[in-house]
Design a protein around this ligand. Structure first.
Ligand code: SRM
Ligand code: SF4
Length: 516
C-alpha cells in the first residue's frame, strides 16, 4: 500500500517541537532552576516543560503544577508521603488533586526546587515525564484490579509495562513523545467499565473469544472543544499479553508517522487520532496496522464482556482475597492538602499493606484491610473529611480544576459545584445515584458528557452583566451501556437559577423528594 505524502503547513507548535523536542529540555532544568521562570524562552516555558510534567500556571505566576504518572491508579504510602513533603513546603499554596485519569497533580511548586523534586521522584520510583502537551497520559484501568472478585483480568502489570515502554522506564522517550496531539490509553479488565474505556484514544475492552479472555480494541475516543466522540471499534481482538504493547506501539507509530501527511500536524483542532481513522476509514486503518506489525490480526470478538453497572467503590467492600476488604474513601472534588496525604499514607500503613488506589472519580481506596481492622479504620479522624459514606450527590461529584488554577476556565468549578451538591443533598432525599460532573470549559477534563448531569462552563448575560453559567448536559451513561450525554440547555446562570433547575430535574427525573 503506498500513499502520496501531502504537503501540510505545520502549526507553530509543531515547528517549535522540530526546533527542539520537548524532552530535550531535561538537560536544561538545573539551569532554569537557577535563572528562574521569567528568563525562560516562551516555548520552553509553555510547551516543552509540559513534556516533563511541569505546567506553569499563569493564574498564579511563578507557580507550577506537576502532573504525575500512576499507572492503573496504584500508588504506595512512601510515594504519597513524598508528594506530601513536596507540597508541604509551599504552605497555603501547596496542595494536590486526584485527577479524572486516576492520577495525582501537585500544586504551588517553584522552578528552583525542580531538580531536587526530580531526585525525590527517582528515589520513590515515580515520574512526571510526558504527562502534558502532545504525550500519552496516565494509563487507566480498574482501580480494584487484583482485588476484585468480579474481574476477568488484572491489568496492573500490563499498565506498568505500557508506561515503561512509553516513557523509557520513566526517563523519557523521544520515540513516544513525537505525537500530533495528546493521547489516552485505558486497559479495562473488569465487567463494569469503571474506567470509561470508550473515551480513550486506545480503549482495551474486555471480550472473550472462543472462551479465552482478551481485549476488543477501540480507537479514537476523545473530548475536546470541537467534539466529543466514543472510540471506534477497529475489528481487532488481542490476548492480554505483550501483544497489547506491540499493538499500542504500532498504533502510536502510525499516528506519529502519518500525522503530517494527513494534515493532523497542520490543525490542532483536528489532530487527535480519530481524525486519522475517519480520514482513512476503519478498513484502511486496520490494514496499516497489520502492515506495521508485519502479521495478521485476529478479528474482534462478537461481544464485549461488560455485564455490570459501574460500581463507585466508596465504602467497605469484600475483597477477592478471603478475610480482606477494600475501603473506598470520598475526597471532595479530589483536593488534597499535605496533611491529608501524610494521613492517607499513615492509614495505608497502619491498617493495610501500604498500598493506595486512585479512581477516575477523584477518590481513593485503601486495599488489603484485614476485616478485623475495618472498624478501627472507619473511626479515624481523616474519615470525617474523607467519608466512607458520603451524601448522595456529593458521593458522585467529579470536577475539573476550574478557574482557581486553569486559565482556560470560564467558571469556578470545584467550590461552587461541591456547594451545590451539598445544598441539594441537605434539601432533598435522593434515592438513587446521580453522577454530577463539572468542567470549566469545553475541553471537558471533568467529562461533562459521561455524567447523569454534566455542567460545562460557559458565560451568560443577566441584566446586561456577564455572569458564570453552564451548558447543562444530561443522559451520560456508564458501565455496560456506556454512552455520551448531550447538551439539553445552554448558558444556565450559576447560582440560584442553576440550583432551582437541578432541583427540579432531581425531583422530576431522579425520584428526589424534598426533605421534611
Ligand atoms: Fe485536561 C488541558 C486538567 C483530564 C481534555 N487539562 C488541560 C490543562 C492542562 C490546560 C492547562 O494548561 O491549564 C488543564 C490543567 C489544569 C490544572 O491546573 O489542573 C487540564 N485534564 C485536567 C485534569 C487535571 C482535570 C481534573 O481536575 O481531573 C485531568 C488530568 C488527567 C491526568 O491525570 O492526566 C484532565 N483532560 C482530561 C480529560 C479526561 C480524561 O482523560 O478522561 C480530557 C478529555 C478526554 C480527552 O482528552 O480526550 C481532557 N485537557 C483536555 C483538553 C482537550 C483536548 C483536545 O483534544 O482538544 C485540553 C486542551 C488541550 O489539550 O489543548 C486539556
Ligand atoms: Fe481547565 Fe477547561 Fe480542563 Fe477545566 S476543562 S481543567 S477549565 S482546560
Amino acid at each position: 500500500m503506498t500513499d502520496t505524502p501531502k504537503k501540510v503547513k505545520l502549526t507553530k507548535i509543531e515547528q517549535a517541537k522540530i526546533e527542539k523536542p520537548g524532552l530535550a529540555i531535561k538537560d536544561e532544568i538545573e539551569q532554569f532552576a537557577q535563572t528562574g521562570w521569567e528568563a525562560m524562552d516562551q516555548d520552553d516555558l509553555i510547551i516543552r516543560l509540559k513534556f516533563l510534567g511541569l505546567f506553569h500556571r499563569p493564574v498564579t505566576p511563578g507557580k507550577f503544577m506537576m502532573r504525575m504518572r500512576t499507572p492503573n491508579g496504584v500508588i504506595n504510602s512512601n510515594q504519597m508521603r513524598t508528594h506530601a513533603e513536596i507540597v508541604q513546603r509551599y504552605g497555603q499554596d501547596g496542595s494536590a488533586d486526584i485527577t479524572t485519569r486516576q492520577n495525582i497533580q501537585l500544586r504551588g511548586v517553584h522552578l528552583e526546587d525542580i531538580p531536587e523534586i526530580f531526585r525525590k521522584f527517582k528515589e520513590a520510583n515515580m515520574t512526571s515525564v510526558q504527562t502534558g502537551h502532545d504525550n500519552i497520559r496516565n494509563i487507566t484501568g480498574s482501580p480494584i484490579a487484583g482485588i476484585d472478585s468480579e474481574e476477568y483480568f488484572d491489568t496492573r502489570e500490563l499498565a506498568d509495562k505500557l508506561q515503561d515502554m512509553i516513557t523509557n522506564g520513566g526517563e523519557g522517550s523521544f520515540e513516544f513523545s513525537d505525537l500530533p496531539r495528546k493521547f489516552n490509553i485505558c486497559l479495562e479488565g473488569a465487567p463494569d467499565n469503571s474506567s470509561h474505556v470508550e473515551i480513550n484514544d486506545i480503549g482495551f475492552v474486555p471480550a472473550f473469544k472462543d472462551g479465552e479472555f482478551g481485549f476488543n480494541v477501540l480507537v479514537g475516543g476523545y473530548f475536546s472543544a470541537q467534539r466529543a466522540a466514543e472510540g471506534v471499534p477497529i475489528n481487532v481482538w488481542i490476548p492480554p499479553t505483550d501483544e497489547v504493547l506491540d499493538l499500542s506501539r504500532a498504533i502510536i507509530a502510525i499516528y506519529a508517522r502519518h500525522g503530517a501527511e494527513e494534515g493532523l500536524r497542520g490543525n490542532r483542532a483536528k489532530s487527535r487520532i480519530l481524525w486519522l481513522v475517519e480520514t482513512w476509514g476503519v478498513e484502511k486503518f486496520r490494514a496499516k496496522l497489520v502492515e506495521e506489525l508485519g502479521k495478521s490480526l485476529s478479528e474482534a470478538a462478537p461481544e464485549d464482556a461488560f455485564t455490570m453497572d459501574k460500581r463507585d467503590h466508596i465504602g467497605v467492600h469484600p475483597q477477592k482475597q478471603e478475610g480482606y476488604s477494600f475501603v473506598g474513601l470520598h475526597v471532595p472534588a479530589g483536593r488534597l492538602t499535605a496533611e491529608d496525604m501524610f494521613e492517607m499514607a499513615r492509614l495505608a500503613e497502619t491498617y493495610a499493606d501500604s498500598e493506595i488506589r486512585l479512581t477516575v472519580e477523584q477518590n481513593f481506596i485503601i486495599p488489603h484491610v484485614k476485616n478485623e481492622n475495618v472498624e478501627a479504620l472507619l473511626k479515624e479522624d481523616l474519615l470525617e473529611k474523607f467519608s466512607a459514606n458520603p451524601t448522595p450527590l456529593v458521593r458522585s461529584f467529579v470536577s475539573c480544576t476550574g478557574n482557581q488554577y486553569c486559565n482556560f476556565a470560564l467558571i469556578e468549578t470545584k467550590g461552587q459545584g461541591l456547594a451545590l451538591a451539598r445544598e441539594l443533598d441537605a434539601e432533598l432525599e435522593i434515592p438513587q445515584r446521580v453522577r454530577m460532573h463539572w468542567t470549566g470549559c469545553p475541553n471537558s477534563c471533568g467529562q461533562a458528557q459521561v455524567g447523569d448531569l454534566g455542567m460545562l462552563g460557559a458565560k451568560a448575560k443577566v441584566d446586561g452583566k456577564i455572569v458564570e453559567a453552564v451548558n447543562l448536559y444530561m443522559g451520560g451513561t456508564v458501565g455496560k451501556h456506556a454512552s455520551l450525554g448531550e447538551v439539553v440547555e445552554k448558558k444556565v446562570p450559576c447560582g440560584d437559577t442553576l440550583k432551582e433547575k437541578v432541583k427540579g430535574i432531581l425531583i422530576e427525573q431522579f425520584g428526589a423528594t424534598p426533605k421534611a
